[in-house]
Design a protein around this ligand. Sequence first.
Ligand SMILES: [Zn+2]
Length: 86
Amino acid sequence: MRNKCICGGQWNRKHLSHLPDILQRLSPKLRRLWTSEHQKMSTNYSIIDFLLNHQEWELTHSILNHYRFVLQHKPMSSPDGLEIIV
Ligand SMILES: [Zn+2]
């Protein structure tokens, strides 16, 4: 059984930005950049791709840890679903 995103959809990389508190971790400048880049790119362009493109290594690491925490503490979640983002 795969994880479900908090929006109710099947979990995959496209749902990364649906998790709470992610955009709040970005600086206002990064948030503006993310919004404009995300509109131009395909829907497969995740916020993690974005942060890696901008060499925000520490922020990426901290956000991935946050995802693991959120997904692991949701009911019905399975650790298998985390393979997608590691
Ligand atoms: Zn979602």
